[in-house]
Design a protein around this ligand. Structure first.
Ligand code: UT7
Length: 325
């Protein structure tokens, strides 16, 4: 008996042209390249140009993913865009992507789970594909966090950056074995008791303004590793795979120390860990597809590889996904 799996056909990414290095940033905020590198691993982040919006980044990433997959935009019948920095309160930025790609069938919507957005979007798309609601989807993570940062708050403004990444995912029949291609398991979690540790101090229904990102960095850090490892253990339990079986670990890119500690606790060898936080900073929902794109372009991730994804962020939300490429 065969089962329906969501198989990855292609990946694409887009970064705004302007790269902002630590030294340049430290000229306007009380920080230093040394502090930022030592505490976070970040060396630079990209910043969207004036007038360049989340949907623009998403459209570029989506086009690159379609080209990589070698499929026509008209074959897409579902677009899910993970973002916490949409162009407007509504409509969803996903419909701007849909219109720019010339698609007027199927469905397009945004999904908001902050830094866990891409894993949440993948799980959502997987459910819709396996239920037969769609056949071929674009799963996008795109953010312009530079627009919601308080550039005078050194505890947050040095951490985040802008960018977008996308996957083309298709429903395919697979044998129903551990060796299948596609998404093998996804695990989503949240705990709203922690909502005040990482939030934006504005919104349409509260202040009527967009607001700025606020974070108790140390408190988030304290929970991150335990939550990440917990939800990855769930993925191992569900599939029978172990850390040794993983070819590539592509975590959300928030802080090099969180990534290293999580990999160490799980027993994943450092050479299997894809790290891009040095170049991209924390791009929230875009960080995983951006990192996937880097590791595909440089030849690390190849068809057949077992790839482990995880993310943790505001809410708190967290999640994992295990994919055979
Ligand atoms: O993606 C969503 C999830 N978000 C995260 O995963 C972020 C999690 N948190 C972190 O990555 C870390 O907590 C930070 C990078 C935000 C901070 O690192 P830390 O090692 O936890 O530092 P801290 O907040 O405990 O601050 C240590 C010191 C403080 O000074 P005092 O009180 O010891 O004198 C801060 O004021 O470092 C100071 N500090 C800075 N110094 C220079 C905080 N930010 C900066 C800065 N430059 N940018």
């Amino acid at each position: 008996m065969t089962v329906t799996r969501s198989v990855v056909l292609g990946c694409g990414a887009y970064l705004p042209e302007r790269a902002l290095g630590n030294a340049e940033l430290a000229r306007t905020v009380d920080s230093s390249d040394e502090w930022i590198v030592q505490r976070t691993g970040i060396r630079q982040r990209h910043i969207a140009a004036s007038g360049e919006m989340t949907s623009h980044l998403a459209i570029n990433a989506a086009r690159a993913a379609l080209a990589d997959a070698g499929v026509d935009a008209q074959s897409i019948d579902l677009i899910v865009l993970a973002t916490s920095t949409p162009d407007q309160t509504f409509p969803a930025s996903a419909v701007s992507v849909q219109a720019a790609l010339g698609i007027n069938h199927g469905a397009a919507f945004d999904l908001q789970a902050v830094c866990s957005g891409f894993v949440y979007a993948l799980a959502t798309v997987d459910g819709l594909l396996r239920a037969g609601n769609a056949k071929r989807a674009l799963v996008i993570g795109a953010e312009t966090f530079s627009r919601i940062l308080d550039w005078t708050d050194r505890g947050t403004c040095v951490l985040f950056g802008d960018g977008a990444g996308a996957l083309v995912v298709e429903a395919q029949q697979q044998p129903g074995a551990r060796e299948d291609r596609g998404l093998l398991t996804t695990h989503l979690r949240s705990d709203g008791r922690h909502k005040a540790k990482l939030y934006v101090d504005g919104g349409p229904s509260s202040t009527g303004t967009v607001g700025h990102l606020r974070m108790e960095g140390r408190a988030v850090f304290k929970h991150a590793v335990a939550m990440i490892t917990d939800v990855i253990e769930d993925a191992f339990k569900a599939t029978g795979y172990t850390a040794d079986d993983i070819d590539w670990f592509v975590p959300h890119q928030a802080n090099k120390r969180i990534i290293d500690d999580s990999a160490h606790k799980l027993g994943i060898a450092p050479e299997k860990v894809v790290v891009t936080v040095d170049r991209h900073g924390n791009t929230s929902a875009a960080s995983i597809p951006l990192a996937l794109d880097v590791a595909i372009r440089d030849g690390r991730i190849k068809p057949g590889d077992l790839v482990l994804l995880e993310a943790m962020g505001g809410g708190f939300t967290w999640g994992s996904a295990l994919v055979r490429w």
